[in-house]
Design a protein. Structure first.
Length: 308
């Protein structure tokens, strides 16, 4: 982790020294390295990554992608010299597949609408896809102004997250992968009730206790998200705040998933300041619960926990 952070900072500083990106002075280089690997997304620049040259944005995209990978895989590949672990890992393959699919959809959308074309369209689509799915939250452009299809894709990515064992937040790709297999098994058992079926991940049998916890977590995550969205919408109506449904959904999703930017006035180049006190308090709770992955927070409200 420290090595990758130092490597990114050094490359960005070289971009500045070589004149590739004049705005990438040492402070910016170190600052962005320290907020990319932990998928924090906070930038010393008011307009975020938008002010930097294309090579810097591509490099940030690459390191955000790395930050969303299981660090155990990176350790095995770099330290134990096992590069084949990436190809064999099912979660990593799904992670890359989802990123590629979303990037293509977003690129086509913004290219068709004339928001950006050529290399710029590909770069912004790739950057924002990786940024939102890994919950880093950087903005290379004001994507709040993008077409509806692209916005829906970005909000959807907030619910995916990176790989288990990464620094990203949200649900995580591993849970989505196993949830899909759980649903497929239920269909198979409906057709063939007598079949004894076990689920595997990377050829290893997954414990049934773990499998039971996954639907419970996802259900809780969706429930908390819906409750948060409702509070934001109600508070906006009570305070006469101009907040659309999609903006309320994005605000709840981005805070619960610890992504960062929302849509509308809370977009990547905007601020959450217009929200009322009740909404801000709700979003603080959502960020806290999302970072702790819900279950430990809910345990605190259990009588059995305090009696123990």
């Amino acid at each position: 982790y420290i090595g990758l952070t130092a490597l990114m900072a050094m490359i960005l500083m070289c971009f500045g020294w070589l004149g590739i990106d004049d705005r990438m002075h040492p402070f910016n280089a170190i600052g962005h390295a320290l907020t990319t690997l932990p998928t924090g997304g906070f930038s010393p620049e008011n307009r975020g990554a938008e002010v930097f040259a294309a090579p810097s944005q591509w490099l940030m995209t690459f390191f955000m992608l790395i930050a969303g990978v299981n660090f155990a895989l990176i350790y095995r590949a770099l330290v134990r010299q096992e590069p084949g672990v990436f190809h064999k890992d099912e979660e990593f393959r799904l992670y890359l597949g989802l990123l590629a699919l979303a990037a293509v959809v977003i690129c086509i959308s913004i290219w068709a609408e004339g928001v950006a074309t050529g290399e710029a369209a590909i770069r912004h689509a790739a950057f924002q896809t990786v940024s939102m799915m890994t919950t880093t939250g950087y903005g290379s452009i004001d994507f709040a102004l993008w077409p509806g299809v692209a916005l829906m894709a970005l909000v959807g990515l907030m619910f995916i997250g990176g790989c288990a064992g990464s620094t990203s937040g949200s649900v995580k790709v591993a849970r989505h992968l196993l949830m899909g297999r759980i649903l497929r098994r239920e269909v198979d058992l409906t057709l063939h009730p007598e079949v004894v079926s076990v689920l595997r991940s990377n050829r290893r049998v997954v414990n049934e206790k773990v499998l039971r916890a996954i639907p419970a977590f996802i259900l809780l995550y969706v429930g908390v998200f819906i409750a948060g969205t409702a509070v934001l919408a109600i508070d906006a109506a009570a305070t006469d705040l101009d907040l659309s449904v999609i903006e309320a959904v994005a605000a709840a999703a981005t805070t619960l998933g610890n992504v960062g930017p929302g849509l509308g006035f809370a977009g990547p180049l905007g601020t959450f300041q217009p929200f009322g006190d009740a909404s801000k308090g709700t979003m603080i709770v959502l960020m806290w619960m999302g970072r702790l992955e819900l279950i430990p927070v809910l345990v605190l409200f259990s009588r059995h926990y305090w009696r123990a």
